[in-house]
Each structure stands twice: as C-alpha cells, then as structure tokens.
Design a protein around this ligand. Structure first.
Ligand code: GLC
Length: 540
C-alpha cells in the first residue's frame, strides 16, 4: 500500500502566539518567542505547527480582525521575524500552517474604509450592504452569537452592513470575484514566503444565501454552532452560512494550493468547520477530494468523556469519511475550555493518548502537553470580547500564557510586567519541571509521539473497538495479515479495573502506560489490572 499523503497522519501543534513566549517584555507573546521554542517543539515530536493570527490588527478579537493581511503586527514582530520562524521550523523538520481569515476583516482594513465612504465607492460591493427593511430596522433576522443583530447601520449612507461577529469585523462579500481574487492573492503572498498551508477560519461562512432570507425560528441565529455543548441542532438549516456555493470557492482555493506542489511539498487547507452532521461535514473534502485536505472535526470537544459516546463518535466520523480522506481530531483550541479541565486532571493523560492514537491527523493545542487547566479569570481581568459580553462564553481561561519555568511569571515574560492574562498552573508543574520528571505528561506525550512515528499504522491505519469492562475504552490499531498490531485500553474511571479478556490476536504485552512509573518501579503484579485513570498501549 502506498504511503498516505503527509497531512493524513500529521500531528499539528496549535500555537496561540499571544500566549506562547514573550521576548520583548510587553507581557504579550511574539514571533521570536515561538522561534526560540522550536527546539522544544521538535523534541516534543509534533510535525506541523499552526500559528493563530499574528497580522496587523486592532486586536478587537485578538487578531482575527485583520487590518493588513500581509503585515505582521508590531506586537508580534515583523516579516523578518516571521521568515526567521519559518526557516527555523523548516530546518527542524516542522511544517508551518498559518491562520487564513476569509469571512471578515477588521473595520479598519483599507478595503472597508474605502467601502464605507459611500454607496458608490469603488469597494462598496466588497462587503455586504443592504437598505433597511421596508418598515425600518435590519434587513433580516440574522444575529451574531451574542444574540445581537448581525447588521449595523452606517449612518452616513443609511445602509446596513453585515458582520457575523463584532460590528468592528464586517463580513466580506465572496460573491464579488474581486474579493475572491484579492483574498487568493493574500494566500499566494504567504505561500510564496514558504508556508505549508492554512487553517481556514470560519470556513462555512464564506457563502451565504444570496437572497439573504431570514433564518428559521426566532432563536435560530448566526453561529449556533459556537454555542456551548448541546446548543446545536444539526437539523437546523441556516441561511447565513454553509450555502452550497462555498464548494466552488474551496475548489478554486485548492487549485491555488495545488499550484505550489504535491507529494511532500503539498500545501494544505485545514478548515474550521463547526458541523456535527457528519454527512454534511464530509462534503468539505469535495466530491473528488478537491476541496479541504482536512476539515476540522470538533466532535471530541462536544462528546462526554465516557467510552460509549467516544466510541460512537469515532465510528460515526470514520464511517462518514470519503475513500482516501483522513479524519482530524481536536481536544483543545483557543475557543474551547481546556481538555484537562473538561475531563479532569486524572484523565488528561488518557485524553492525550486518545488524541494521538485515533486514525488520522491530530491537533494538539499548546499547553495541553503540560496538562494546563483553564485559568481562573476574575471579572476585571476578562479580555475576550465574547466574555466581556457574555461571561459564560469567555475564551480567556484557555488562552492563558504557557508556564515555562519556576521564575517570575512562569518564565513567560522576562520584562517583569504582568502577562496579558493571569497564569494557570498545571498540577504536574511548569515545562522545565516536567522536562526533568520522567513521569510527567510532557514526557508521556513525547513517548506517545515516538511510538506513533515508529508505528505508521497508528496514524493512518484502521481502528476496531473491542469489548471491555464498564468504564474502559478499548480499541486495536493497524492490521497485518496476522491481526492488529497495537491494542489500547483506557480506564476512564478513577478506580482500578481488571481486563478479564483481551482481544484475539495476542498474546498482548504492556508497552506504554499513562501511569507515572518511577524508573526501576516493579511491574504491576497483575498486568491486566488497569490502575485508576490508567491508559495502556499493548503490543503483541
Ligand atoms: C474562529 C476563531 C475565533 C474567532 C472567530 C472569528 O471561530 O477560531 O477565535 O473569534 O473565528 O474570527
């Protein structure tokens, strides 16, 4: 069998640059900080980095509101810093993806400044403008995720403009070919500099109902998918996103990427898609696998941490995959609560083991390799615009700075200033402490990644769930003529469980355990007993 394309089993590490490492003493992380930690990332064993936005921005949404797509914001450095980061990553064998934000710009972007000069401005139609509804008020019922109208009245022209997020983030009009071409030029700018691809922000939002019809239902508004777990109704047909025309856009985007190379040199698109109807989700690969290389799947973030639901999710997602396509798995992001908090500190290692042993690509959010929990953010410290409106939506807790050392501000900043967000402390200690502790989550993550490199079947091979006692998730990976090559058993409970029967194809031997094992510690007297919270990889 041919080796699958590189992205099919990539381990992608998401860097949130604001919170990674501050080298210029302003309390905010920067690009030279990322570059300084590339040896750490290479040693961890991931193969690809994805950087959240570092472009020129007023930072109303911490960089997702872009003022200049091809300039680095001075807060993060300059283009030379970016080139140095990229060169160092490549020299360490790491690919680099960057964020690409097609749906909206900052209201301070020159395109919007031009568009809002008047009804007849050259770039008016680059954004979505409409007259008020006949009786006055917004053109339709679309709302932002804060429940406010997605339309803001521009007093000068008497027209409304559309914004799926903050009113300072107007939505671009991708039905205008000039917008598409200019945004493709933005992609080309970074591809020419050598990036290995993009994470496409809010991918489903670029095509909306051309007639701008009302969304169904009084409460059914824009971005229902961003609502906390359980708030999403997969049956809902929303008119402000997911219009079928977006497939043409992503096919054309794919053509741009494909123009830059294939095989190991392929540049990829990783799409941010909050879609939990897996048939609808799988359409983002394209009928001929000619759209997104990796549509993100956020299912694990919305599934309860128990064997049954996790197994059902994995089976549903893998069943929906088109032939030749790879799944992606996500356990954390800058938009969601931290995995260590969600599953509890005892299960953080199992969550890492699961993430890195499911078939397909994995996205590892910075700090999760340390078991970083959500930070406690006092009301007066809230920075996230979502949290400032609706505290329950605040994403600050998962954006808190990386704890590197025992020094002041955990080594995140050298300036003696306060980090931009309060710090959280992982129970296993900061990165330096975990470095020195063989039983740390950091070292466990390295071991799992090394195992994954040595077993290509772990990334791209098949998965079979097997019978297990209550509270245990068990699956095998990879198949050879004489059966699967690895068995995984994750005890998702906080009590010991005995595995009375191991699947056929053995005998199975314990190969790796998530339980901290001091060097020289005796092997468990009964290898079939999983300690509380213990995950084990078995080998034949
Ligand atoms: C995506 C980003 C999120 C941002 C939003 C608007 O969901 O991940 O951080 O606020 O898009 O760009």
């Amino acid at each position: 069998t041919a080796t699958p394309p590189w992205w099919c089993d990539a381990v992608i590490y998401q860097v949130y640059p604001r919170s990674f490492l501050d080298t210029d003493g302003d309390g905010v992380g920067d690009l030279p900080g990322v570059t300084r930690r590339i040896p750490y990332l290479a040693r961890l064993g991931v193969d690809t980095l994805w950087l959240s936005p570092f472009f020129s921005s007023p930072m109303a949404d911490f960089g997702y509101d872009i003022r200049d797509h091809t300039a680095v914001d001075p807060l993060f450095g300059d283009l030379a810093d970016f080139d140095a980061l990229l060169a160092s990553a490549h020299a360490h064998g790491l690919r680099v993806l960057i964020d690409y934000v097609p749906n909206h710009t900052s209201g301070e972007h020159p395109w919007f400044l031009d568009a809002r000069t008047g009804r007849h401005s050259r770039r008016r139609d680059w954004y979505v403008w409409r007259d008020p509804a006949p009786g006055g008020g917004p053109p339709n019922n679309w709302i932002t995720l804060f429940g406010e109208s997605a339309w803001t009245l521009d007093l000068k022209s008497g027209q409304y403009y559309l914004h799926s997020f903050l009113s300072s983030m107007p939505d671009l009009n991708w039905r205008n070919p000039a917008v598409q071409e200019s945004m493709f030029d933005v992609a080309r700018f970074w591809l020419d500099r050598g990036v290995d691809g993009f994470r496409v922000d809010c991918a489903p939002l670029v095509a909306k109902d051309p007639a701008l019809r009302d969304n169904p239902g009084a409460s059914a508004g824009t971005l229902a998918h961003h609502r906390p777990m359980g708030g999403y109704d997969g049956q809902l047909h929303l008119h402000d996103q997911g219009h079928p025309d977006l497939h043409r856009i992503y096919r054309e985007f794919r053509t741009v990427l494909d123009g830059y190379g294939d095989g190991p040199g392929a540049r990829i698109a990783l799409g941010e898609i909050h879609e939990y109807d897996w048939a609808a989700w799988s359409r983002y690969f394209g009928r001929e696998l000619d759209e997104m290389h990796l549509p993100l799947n956020f299912g694990l973030l919305r599934t309860s941490w128990e064997p049954g639901p996790v197994r059902d999710l994995v089976q549903e997602v893998t069943a929906a995959l088109p032939a030749g396509a790879a799944a992606t798995w996500v356990t954390g992001s800058h938009d969601d609560p931290r995995v260590a908090t969600r599953v509890g500190p005892g299960q953080a290692a199992n969550a890492m083991l699961l993430l890195l042993t499911l078939p397909g690509a994995a996205i590892l959010y910075n700090g999760d390799e340390l078991g970083l929990p959500d930070a406690d953010i006092a009301p007066q410290d809230i920075r996230d615009p979502w949290g400032l409106r609706t505290p329950a939506l605040s994403r600050d807790p998962s954006r808190s700075p990386m704890p590197w050392t025992a020094g002041p501000a955990a080594g995140f900043t050298e300036g003696g200033v306060r980090p931009w967000l309060p710090l959280a402390r992982p129970p296993g200690g900061d990165a330096a402490a975990q470095e020195a502790d063989p039983g740390s989550l950091l070292n466990l993550t390295r071991r799992i990644l090394a195992l994954r490199r040595g077993h290509p079947a772990l990334g791209a091979g098949g998965i079979e769930f097997t019978d297990a006692p209550e509270g245990v998730l068990a699956y095998t990976r990879g198949s050879s003529p004489d059966g699967p090559s690895l068995l995984l058993t994750l005890n998702m409970t906080d009590r010991p469980v005995r595995l009375d029967k191991l699947p056929a194809g053995g005998p199975w031997h314990r190969h790796l355990s998530t339980a901290p094992q001091p060097p020289g510690a005796p092997a468990p007297s009964d290898p079939r007993v999983l300690a509380a919270d213990e995950g084990v990889v078995w080998r034949r």
